[in-house]
Design a protein around this ligand. Sequence first.
Ligand code: AMP
Ligand code: ZN
Ligand code: FE
Ligand code: FE
Length: 268
Amino acid sequence: MIYKADLHTHSTASDGQYPPAELARLAAKRGMDVWALTDHDNLDGLDEAAETAQSLGLQFIHGVELSADDYLNLHILGYDFSVSTMRPWIDGKKKGRDDRKYRIWRFLKGKGVDVPLEEVDAEAAGGAVGRPHFARVMLRHGVASTWKEVFDLYLDTPEFQEIEKGTKPSAQECIERIKDAGGKASLAHPYQIVLHGESLEELVRRLAGYGLDAVECRYPIHTPEQTAEYLRIAKTYGLHVSGGSDFHGESKPDHPLAAWELELDWLL
Ligand code: AMP
Ligand code: ZN
Ligand code: FE
Ligand code: FE
């Protein structure tokens, strides 16, 4: 059966703009049948999201987006896992995010950029701190003039990648933990991994071997050629076609909430 769905969204529990309840209302307004909340390394928004979605008659799937160590921006989406099984591990990652915050701060200081950490914390407003929170503060202080520039010059450089090495779980661990908790695993925004052709296929084949269920083929900024490539690879390895917007709020206008038409029998 085909559903209108967005299986990749962020709330204030990580680096999104809207609290989970508000996001649920926006999702219902967008005309979705099925909505998943997938905050970065964080499960704190799920209860509020589930409650509000239910009151709106919107089918909710609890999720999470995990950053894997194998490649920069290799992200694994987990869905419908046992929250109590996953929680201790994910909560441990929150501590990791806290350590990372200081690592990023020191890295920027080494580049001559002094970012007031209390302002970064204020941006995160109690949610898990991420690079976008740093980016907002840096823009406010005139460190760079555009969002893209902040990432190109500081937060997404090869040097930045070095400080991340060895701090994240492998994709294998992410997938196996999701599967062991009874969930489903999907490869997020494949274009961001910056692999093509044979090397992307090699990665997907390996992830399928660990139990990957789906590939996020439908994504707002995939080109038609990229979408076609991901659909072909998914089919080759017997993976389901998933889709999400990566909605974070108005700060990312290229990622509006989506209502992809998806076959979701594998998930529901
Ligand atoms: P983090 O979870 O701290 O690694 O931050 C990930 C978020 O940073 C993503 O969801 C994007 O919002 C943002 N981001 C990462 N790389 C880039 C980039 N090259 N350009 C713009 N935003 C980026
Ligand atoms: Zn994010
Ligand atoms: Fe991501
Ligand atoms: Fe995301």
